[in-house]
Ligand binder design. Structure first.
Ligand SMILES: C[S@@+](CC[C@H](N)C(=O)[O-])C[C@H]1O[C@@H](n2cnc3c(N)ncnc32)[C@H](O)[C@@H]1O
Length: 240
């Protein structure tokens, strides 16, 4: 197991043991996964995010652009960004890398269903000397693996259209400490909400969660285009 400041705390963050996927395949060294996720089928994604991960990274790495948008949401927080951020559906790190680069008091737990994308996120964090504040965990965000109330902030960049929104929002709310914030972005491309492609615009929404008991709708405002069941269904049908 690669020891970093955050990985030494991992046992307190998860309900189940974590395994370093590098013990099964060297290319995934430093990508952790909750034990029940081992050999679980990767539902809802295609090879674009698995065997095609490097190609996807080369085409769609947008660290500066994404941060130029994320910081608008961050500027609405009532305190500086610090503590633990859980990023849902991180991919190769479009949100994770700039968050680490721009917020030295932040530690980021990056999650994604694709270990291939997370291996790239791990590598890019390592290259920039950010590894000590970054941990990558391959998991289905809809599963209940996290201990409750561990996160100061939960990010999700262009992910809600890929999952059952109400489940992910519930997971995110459970994760947040009281007073935590959960900005999620929509991702609109010229082809609508099917957004494997380069996004042409993103909007971020966030409101402080006054208490953990607050209903999801008061703490999160996912973009309407990704939050209505009809659009989610339509988006799913269009996915390859
Ligand atoms: C459009 S990409 C967004 C990546 C990144 N957040 C960004 O802003 O560029 C959607 C990501 O969601 C991930 N994803 C899809 N279904 C998932 C699931 N059930 N659990 C976790 N991640 C998932 C994909 O692997 C992919 O990396």
């Amino acid at each position: 197991m690669l020891e970093t400041a955050i990985s030494t705390r991992a046992d307190a963050l998860f309900k189940c043991p974590l395994v370093d996927l590098g013990s099964r395949n060297a290319k995934y060294a430093g990508v952790f996964t909750p034990l029940p996720e081992i050999d679980r089928p990767k539902m809802g994604i295609t090879e674009v995010f698995l065997s095609g991960a490097e190609n996807y990274f080369e085409k769609f790495e947008q660290f500066s652009y994404i941060y130029s948008i994320v910081k608008g949401a961050i500027s609405r927080f009532d305190k500086p960004l610090a503590g633990l951020a859980v990023d849902i559906g991180s991919g190769f790190g479009n949100t994770v890398i700039p968050l680490l680069e721009n917020h030295p008091d932040l530690t980021v737990l990056a999650t994604d269903i694709s270990p291939d994308l997370l291996a790239i996120c791990r590598r890019e964090a390592d290259r920039r000397g950010l590894d000590d504040r970054c941990m990558v965990v391959a998991m289905d965000a809809q599963q209940d693996y996290f201990e409750p109330g561990i996160a100061d902030v939960v990010f999700g960049g262009a992910v809600l259209h890929r999952m059952v929104t109400r489940v992910v929002v519930k997971r995110a709310l459970d994760l947040l400490k009281p007073g935590g914030v959960g900005p999620f972005s929509s991702n609109r491309s010229s082809r609508g909400t099917r957004s494997c492609g380069r996004p042409t615009s993103r909007s971020w929404s966030a409101r402080p969660s006054a208490s953990k008991a607050a209903p999801p709708s008061s703490a999160f405002r996912p973009c309407p285009s990704t939050s209505t069941p009809a659009r989610i269904g339509a988006s799913r049908r269009r996915q390859a």
